[in-house]
Design a protein around this ligand. Structure first.
Ligand code: GAL
Length: 420
């Protein structure tokens, strides 16, 4: 996940991508947008932005690269930037925006920010991430909460289990679901999904202060201490409730297992809600959104954003600013997030149409921003630079797929924290 344009993309990968991709950059009155929103709920969300741009007379050139969490999309992006044909915008977030800024390839979109009064309408925790050296280079589309547990209440009822609020209750429910012959934990064995479970477990086991010390500040004693060992022990126990076909499974297929009653619970960010919504399911009735066990007082945030690349002509620049303005409009933030499962990144969007999970997310973000419980998601590129995040992810994936001990895992994690 590290950017270093010259060395990180192998020549072979570059050659394959280069044949598949057009060599010209976006034309006048056109925007080319790289994203990885290809699941049912995600595709519906991004279609809204396309519709909005086309209504403004700007052609939408879709640059979708499948693969949850965006790793494939980032590889494709690097290839395009190296080839000198960056798209108009790409879904890049968190500290990675700074890494791309340092490469000198991002566009200044202060004009859109001034016109749309972004400073007044964005919380600092969001606007800070959107700027490089004090200038806006990215437009935020939403705030996802990562520390959720998605539950099928019918599965719970059949198993005689109740929705868990802590890990004791979680394992009790998991046991009952397993005994009743169903899958307790729906999961896809992909490194970013493993990391998503890991960070919720770390938060639930250790609390927000531990999470910040270990995963954001990378304090060696916290990374290797008893709380991190307990985190891995808990993760090892969760592994025993995952079915044997999980390897490589996409996250939305794991969510489908909750939707169709094959499995009881899934640790996943609220893009999962986009899948329930697309399937016509109602929160509180067909599914439950609960904070991951022990994380009720915390909120792991993941802010999606469209980062803007330098474009060649004045016409392209104009279209790019229109795109940035459209993304920050209250109309877009409402309709996109209703479909995506997230909440608006900006102030001034009515809550009226949002469901109970979104309202809880809004209230909890507000409360945790005041009490210290608001923490950046490491698994979704918000907490640490991409080299360290990648090294962390490797350790966690190895732990999930081998008999590595928690003691060995914490030492490997402390080593990963030094990756450059
Ligand atoms: C996250 C991203 C979400 C969602 C998810 C699955 O990293 O922020 O918007 O797309 O991956 O692809």
């Amino acid at each position: 996940m590290k950017i270093k344009l010259s060395v990180q993309v192998t020549l072979a990968a570059l050659a394959t991508i280069a044949v598949a991709l057009p060599v010209v950059s976006a034309q006048a009155a056109e925007v080319e947008v790289l994203h990885y929103w290809t699941s049912g709920g995600e595709a519906k969300s991004v279609a809204e932005l396309k519709k909005m741009m086309e209504a403004k007379g700007i052609n939408w050139k879709d640059f979708a690269v499948a693969g949850g969490g965006g790793e494939n999309a980032m590889t494709a992006l690097k290839a395009r930037v190296i080839a000198g044909s960056a798209p108009t915008a790409a879904q890049i977030k968190g500290p990675s925006i700074q890494e791309w800024g340092k490469e000198g390839v991002l566009a200044n979109i202060d004009a859109a920010a001034t016109e749309g009064k972004w400073e007044a309408n964005l919380p600092k925790v969001v606007s800070n991430v959107m700027k490089y050296q004090g200038h806006y280079v990215a437009a935020p589309v939403n705030v996802h909460r990562v520390n959720w547990l998605w539950i099928n209440p019918e599965v719970l009822a059949k198993a005689g289990a109740k929705a868990p609020t802590n890990f004791v209750e979680f394992f009790d429910a998991a046991d009952k679901i397993k005994k009743a012959g169903m899958i307790a934990v729906a999961h896809g064995g992909q490194p970013w999904q493993d990391a998503t479970v890991f960070e919720s477990v770390a938060l639930g086991v250790g609390g927000a202060d531990f999470y910040k010390k270990a995963i954001v500040q990378l304090d060696p004693a916290s990374l290797t201490g008893p709380t991190m060992i307990k985190t891995f022990e808990t993760l090892a126990k969760i592994k025993t409730y995952i079915d044997k076909d999980a390897a490589g499974r996409d996250w939305n297929l794991a969510t489908a297992m909750i939707i169709n009653g094959k499995a009881g619970m899934q640790f996943m960010g609220d893009w999962a809600k986009g899948e329930f919504t697309a399937a016509g399911k109602q929160p509180g009735k067909d599914y439950l959104c609960m904070p991951a066990p022990g994380t009720d007082k915390a909120f792991t945030f993941n802010i999606d954003s469209m980062t803007m690349f330098k474009v060649k002509s004045a016409e392209e620049q104009k279209s790019q600013l229109v795109l940035a303005g459209a993304i920050m409009s209250p109309e877009f933030q409402e309709v996109f997030n209703l479909n995506k499962g997230s909440i608006p990144a900006r102030a001034g969007v009515s809550r009226a149409k949002f469901d109970s999970c979104a309202i809880k997310s809004m209230d909890d973000m507000d409360a945790t921003s005041k009490n210290g419980g608001l923490v950046p998601s490491f698994a979704h590129g918000m907490a640490i630079d991409s080299a360290k995040a990648g090294a962390f992810q490797d350790v966690i994936a190895k732990f999930m797929n081998s008999s590595m001990t928690p003691q060995a895992a914490v030492l490997a994690l402390a080593k990963a924290a030094k990756a450059k």
